[in-house]
Ligand binder design. Structure first.
Ligand SMILES: Nc1ncnc2c1ncn2[C@@H]1O[C@H](COP(=O)(O)OP(=O)(O)O)[C@@H](O)[C@H]1O
Ligand SMILES: [Mg+2]
Length: 382
């Protein structure tokens, strides 16, 4: 669990530095904020950082995840319910909106809200009225700061009739974009160090002199390691940091965090080396070391940029162009080649790089097979 009032947005890349400055400014106002970015980039960290920097820092910060819970539960979660309003409602329960009065509500994955919930929430934004499930009278919460986040493209959802345009404009007063980790690789070493300290203890990492005062992972845990820590790992080699910096991180900071935790928990040597990293991460030298010579941008480069940098989905950009014969089979093959290179032969990572859902895996491979665009992944592994 993340503690309130203790948020660190690690990173010194230009984008993160600018983002930090912007969120400090944004924190002073009560304006609604929409945070977008791929899954795992740190949208919740940004939301918490805004709260901590705001005059509301000492008030409640109430996160609500709109994904993966049935609409009726989400309604009762947000608006509360009264005793007896449904089976299991043994007593009155306040909603999260009410709990966030004077503070901040963080609506995560707002793109997953049903249209009906969007309507209820919009009414709350307009009037401050809260209709508890099963209640006859309205209550109000008029001083809630709203921060919302999503990894979906809300404009696409609007076009598909799945997201209300009026709600979008209400939420989108200030829009903060958190870029994927592969577009700010300079942040990777600092993040690695941060997570290493979190999991291996405050004195870990080459050149780090121990910060006293962070007892959370400290010697209290300890049996085992020479310094009294639970685990053996104390540091990470420069070559391993380089390899980590070159991996595309489709799962972003969350994936990096998990990798470091796994390395610390399973590591048997004090220093993490390149060969401790998984085969996906251990880089074939052709990738990061590839000389980025000047060369003409090809159509495949343009397509790749559309998908990976502009975050368009393969299905809505490349697929229709191919079906309409605006691009050729060999363009698509070149694109797949670039994807496999970046993903080191892992089609599932290609899927995510090209902004498709996990469940599209079969459909994607079937498409490639049918149009003779499937390249043998083995050649991209090392
Ligand atoms: N810049 C950052 N500095 C430190 N930790 C981060 C950063 N970005 C993300 N994390 C960590 O990575 C994980 C995923 O972040 P989260 O904010 O939940 O991502 P999102 O909401 O975008 O999916 C969390 O454990 C979070 O603490
Ligand atoms: Mg999140």
């Amino acid at each position: 669990m993340k503690q309130n009032g203790h948020v660190q947005l690690i990173g010194n890349s230009t984008v993160i530095t600018e983002l930090k400055a912007e969120l400090e400014r944004v924190a002073r106002s009560d304006a609604k904020v929409l945070i977008t970015g791929e899954s795992g980039v740190g949208k919740e960290v940004v939301a918490r950082a805004i709260n901590v920097a705001s005059p509301r820092a000492s008030e409640a910060f109430v996160p609500v995840n709109c994904a993966g819970i049935p609409e009726t539960l989400l309604e009762s979660e947000l608006f509360g319910h009264v005793k007896g309003s449904f089976t299991g409602a043994y007593r009155d329960k306040p909603g999260k909106l009410e709990m966030a009065d004077n503070g901040t509500i963080f609506l995560d994955e707002i793109g997953e809200m049903t249209l009906r919930m969007q309507g209820l929430f919009l009414r709350f934004l307009e009037t401050g009225e809260i209709q508890k499930v099963g209640a006859e009278r309205m209550s109000v919460a008029t001083n809630v700061r709203v921060i919302a986040a999503t990894n979906r493209n809300l404009r696409d959802l609007i076009a598909q009739g799945q997201f209300r345009e009026d709600l979008f404009y209400r939420l989108n007063v200030i829009h903060l974009v958190v870029p994927p980790l592969r577009q700010r690789r300079e942040d990777i070493p600092a993040l690695v160090e941060f997570f290493l300290r979190r999991f291996a203890g405050p004195d870990s990492t080459v050149g780090a002199n121990g910060h006293a005062g962070n007892g959370a992972n400290g010697s209290g845990n300890g049996h085992g390691g020479p310094n009294g820590y639970r685990y053996t790992v104390r540091a990470i080699s420069p070559a391993a940091i380089t390899a980590l910096s070159e991996y595309p991180w489709p799962g972003n900071v969350r994936e990096l965090e998990n990798v470091i935790e796994r390395l610390v928990v399973t590591g048997r040597r004090e220093v993490i080396e390149v060969d401790d990293l998984g085969p996906e991460i251990r880089k074939p030298s052709s990738i990061g070391g590839r000389p980025r010579k000047e060369r003409r941008r090809t159509i495949a480069d343009e397509l790749f940029k559309k998908l990976v940098d502009d975050r368009e989905s393969f299905w809505t950009s490349v697929y229709p162009m191919y079906m309409n014969r605006e691009i050729t089979r060999s363009n698509v093959r070149d694109l797949v080649h670039k994807g496999l290179e970046e993903a080191r032969g892992n089609y599932r990572i290609v899927l995510r790089l090209f902004n498709m859902e996990t469940r599209d895996y079969k459909r994607f491979l079937n498409f490639l097979r049918k149009h003779d665009c499937q390249l043998p992944f083995k050649e991209y592994r090392q």
